[in-house]
Write a new protein. Structure first.
Length: 493
């Protein structure tokens, strides 16, 4: 009990209930927003205010630099692309906070499924923290233990000198640590009667078992089939009763670890509170979003009509990657084409030495990707009639006479609503549009949004100037490079 008593002093030994924890964390800070203070509007780091919540530059910076953000590349510090990405993240944060406030107003935190997920998350976090604290406990070793080890493993009369002593101490401490680790279950269940109802866990009875069936009891707490079947009906646990019982024992251990963690005040750990706040907001928003989308499900006819109205936006036309030479007149073009066909010139040489395109010396005729229907009609017709690697032209456009080679191709897709992939994409776009309309209505009617873009511009400019100054300092003082890099690293942590 020494570990428990030592940890308990961090919070005066007071145990908080889960509902109190939920109430606190739902209003706590997350990486996407904080409850707004009165001074927040004038805070130089404030980027937006959504209802009574604020979004700050450090929050978005942390979000960008510490995790992989879906659909967003991470630009280097001090680059122009960082402004674009931060605006994207700010837009997402505003949407997330709108959904979060709407979820609170609709009392979603009281949803049984959400509360069960939150409890599972808190139990997992606290169990991990307590296990870590238990295993980190300093393990003292005595002279008697060292002497006993020497007696068992060395010949009588062996002298324990200063060189051997650290090695023997490490061996004894490791063996004691292993015993300490193996004793975790006994430590958790000390003085406790844990009962497992094996007769209610028979695999063949799974389809008939009631969700309310009690399958285990410990410390006055009953575990039911409904709260454990997700873990006890995995593939391995559905064919082997012994494995199922082992899994149940681990579930009980995790519950006891979480209980010990709460009793020890580990729910006051700043890292735990931060992670829980983030999970609480994110999970609540995801739950609300999924339910909203379920209520916005379009009919088959609505999907057809949406595709008809937005075909151009949905369809991906064929794209081709070109190498191109542009000549002044037809005679020159025919002459260059003949040399290309005979192998006297490569397309790169022709572009470099003869093309009237002012960029040709840099690009060597690499024109990039073009979309079918996006260029001059005559050139478009030629390009999309060629085989890959085939030389084509010359063809005249207002820009000159063109000789082209198609080097790569991306085939057209999403061209017909009868195609399952096209239908899936169309449905997703329609649902996204409906959700965006819902968010816009929240913004207009329920939760006013104020964006302080001047703060974002200023902060990004200051960041870029700081990075530029540090880069110059590193060039002038290469011996300080490591220190400067650490300073840069600290900026994004």
């Amino acid at each position: 009990m020494q570990l428990d008593n030592r940890l308990s002093r961090q919070s005066g030994g007071k145990m908080k209930t889960l509902l109190t924890l939920i109430a606190g964390t739902l209003l706590a800070a997350s990486a996407w927003g904080d409850p707004a203070a009165e001074s927040a509007v004038t805070d130089r780091n404030t980027l937006a205010r959504v209802g009574d919540r604020i979004i700050t530059f450090p929050q978005l910076n942390t979000q960008l630099n510490s995790t992989a953000v879906v659909g967003v590349s991470i630009p280097a510090l001090g680059t122009p692309d960082r402004h674009r990405v931060m605006l994207t993240l700010l837009d997402r944060a505003i949407s997330l906070n709108l959904l979060y406030l709407d979820a609170l107003d609709k009392a979603l935190p009281e949803d049984p499924g959400y509360r069960q997920e939150l409890k599972a998350y808190t139990d997992g976090m606290l169990a991990g923290l307590y296990r870590k604290a238990y295993l980190k406990k300093d393990i003292a070793i005595s002279e008697d233990e060292i002497a006993e080890y020497m007696q068992r493993h060395f010949a009588r009369g062996t002298v324990l000198d200063d060189k051997m002593r650290p090695l023997i101490e490490a061996k004894v401490k490791k063996a004691k640590y292993v015993r300490h680790k193996q004793g975790l279950r006994a430590h958790l269940r000390d003085g406790m009667d844990v009962k497992i109802a094996i007769r209610h866990l028979e695999i063949e009875d799974d389809p008939l078992r009631s969700d309310q069936q009690v399958i285990a009891e410990y410390a006055g707490i009953k575990m039911t089939w409904s709260e454990t079947k997700k873990y006890l009906t995995t593939l391995n646990n559905s064919i082997d009763l012994d494995r199922r019982l082992q899994t149940l024992d681990k579930l009980i251990d995790n519950r006891l670890l979480a209980k010990r963690g709460r009793e020890a005040g580990l729910d006051q750990d700043p890292g735990y509170q931060s992670a829980l706040a983030e999970f609480s907001v994110t999970r609540l928003v995801n739950l609300h979003r999924s339910r909203l989308i379920a209520g916005m499900e379009p009919s088959a006819q609505e999907i057809d009509d949406y595709f008809a109205r937005h075909r151009q936006r949905i369809t991906f036309n064929e794209h081709r990657k070109l190498q191109m030479v542009v000549l002044q007149d037809e005679r020159t073009a025919q002459d260059i084409l003949e040399k290309l066909e005979k192998g006297e010139l490569t397309i790169y040489q022709a572009a470099r030495d003869h093309s009237i395109d002012p960029r040709a010396r840099q690009t060597l005729g690499d024109f990039g990707w073009v979309e079918e229907g996006s260029g001059f009609p005559a050139l478009d017709e030629l390009v999309f009639a060629l085989e890959i690697g085939e030389l084509g032209g010359p063809v005249e456009t207002p820009a000159g006479w063109h000789i082209v080679v198609v080097s790569e191709q991306k085939t057209a897709k999403y061209t017909a609503i009868e195609d399952p992939d096209t239908r899936h994409k169309t449905r997703k776009l329609l649902l996204k549009e409906r959700l965006n309309d819902y968010l816009a209505e929240l913004r207009r009617q329920d939760y006013p949004v104020v964006v302080y873009e001047e703060n974002l511009n200023r902060l990004l400019q200051e960041e870029a100037q700081w990075i530029a100054a540090k880069s110059r300092e590193m060039k002038q003082h290469p011996e300080r490079a490591r220190i400067i890099l650490e300073e840069m690293k600290a900026l994004v942590e």
